[in-house]
Design a protein around this ligand. Structure first.
Ligand SMILES: [Zn+2]
Length: 349
């Protein structure tokens, strides 16, 4: 029996073929139609239906580039199953270089949404009913918020065995076992027993080559693990991800000009100096001190801070030393290895 075509929005994608389908999403107030481009790669053989999506926060761009590179890979010709890739979920935010929707809602707090609710609820409902509900697995690509960068990391609910397997397969050294925030795509997917992981890396409105490379490599590794792509003959050097069960932000205790003194991925110890806040004109300085030990997984990059601003995101691990060594070895291997896609010129910092 031959595999059925993948039907989507009136387009029939036959096995072994691919298509870009413009899914009508909304209108601008100029009445210009706004659509979400959905890339469908339908394999010749049956397998999982993997949703890979980015820019659900419209200003988070690394994932857009991850998907562009993913779609150039030659191995997709021999893929099992179906890849549904949505490079820009929040098209409104993308146009405005903004995280949010025009009604200032966060689309990733609007799921599952409804047909008659707010703009955010309607967009969420559309995405859920047309795309997410068709998927057997999902990977949601994010970056830090504006002026904040994240160490490449996976966030997932590790209580679900299939989700935990995806998180491991992605192959980054740091996995945050995180609670499911209400209204997120991740929460709704898990509620429907669709294994789902979130990849977080880099900063909003910026491209970061390492974050992009790690992202492409990770999605490919998950696709191999799910049997969608053929496994390499020699097993890849597997990173044993360390799982953090908690993390929190060290906040500014003063207003002023902020100088960070530790890099992402660094091991921090209680009492360690992480940064300084001073007045722009004088010498009065206030130290920012690490309250506990952990790994720096997120950092504020904006020098202008107010009291209470989040400065350093520190994740707690049982064996901090081992994680720090893993992170260090991993970032070196990423920098030295060739890009996953051949002929892909790196974006330079
Ligand atoms: Zn995000």
């Amino acid at each position: 029996m031959s595999l059925a075509p993948f039907e989507f929005e009136g387009v029939s994608v036959r096995p072994g073929q691919r298509a870009v389908v413009e899914m009508p999403a909304a209108h601008l107030y100029t009445r210009t139609a706004l659509s979400i481009p959905v890339h469908i790669v339908h394999g010749r053989r049956p397998g999982p239906v993997l949703l890979v999506c980015a820019a659900i926060h419209g200003d988070e761009l690394n994932g857009v580039e991850v998907i562009r590179r993913l779609l150039t890979l030659g191995g997709l010709k021999r893929m099992h199953g179906t890849l549904v890739a949505v490079p820009v979920v929040n098209v409104f935010g993308f146009i405005h270089k903004s995280r949010y929707l025009p009604d200032r809602r966060d689309l990733n707090r609007c799921f599952p949404g409804s047909e008659t609710g707010s703009l955010g609820a309607r967009m969420a409902h559309l995405l859920k009913s047309r795309i997410l509900d068709r998927a057997t697995h999902a990977i949601d690509l994010h970056t830090g918020a504006i002026h904040r960068s994240n160490l490449p990391q996976i966030r997932a609910n590790l209580d679900s065995p299939d989700t935990a397997a995806m998180a491991r397969a992605f192959g980054v050294p740091v996995v945050i076992n995180s609670v499911l925030r209400e209204g997120t795509l991740r929460e709704v997917a898990e509620a429907q027993n669709i294994p789902v992981i979130t990849y977080e890396a880099g900063e909003a409105l910026r491209f970061d080559e390492t974050s992009i490379r790690v992202g492409v490599r990770g999605v490919v590794a998950v696709m191999r693990d799910l049997g969608m792509l053929t496994r390499r003959r020699q097993p890849e050097p597997m990173v044993q991800p360390a799982v953090a069960n908690s993390s929190s932000w060290v906040r500014a205790e003063d207003d002023g000009v902020f100088r960070p003194l530790v890099a992402l991925g660094a091991r921090v110890r209680p009492g360690q100096l992480l940064g300084r806040i001073s007045s722009p004109f004088g010498t009065d300085e206030r130290d920012v001190i690490a309250p506990y030990s952990g790994i720096l997984i997120g950092r504020n990059n904006l020098p202008l801070v107010n009291e209470g601003d989040a400065l350093f995101h520190v994740a707690r691990f049982d064996e901090v030393k081992d994680v720090a060594a893993q992170v260090e070895a991993f970032s070196q291997s990423i920098e030295s290895e060739p890009p996953v896609a051949e002929d892909e010129a790196p974006i330079l910092a």
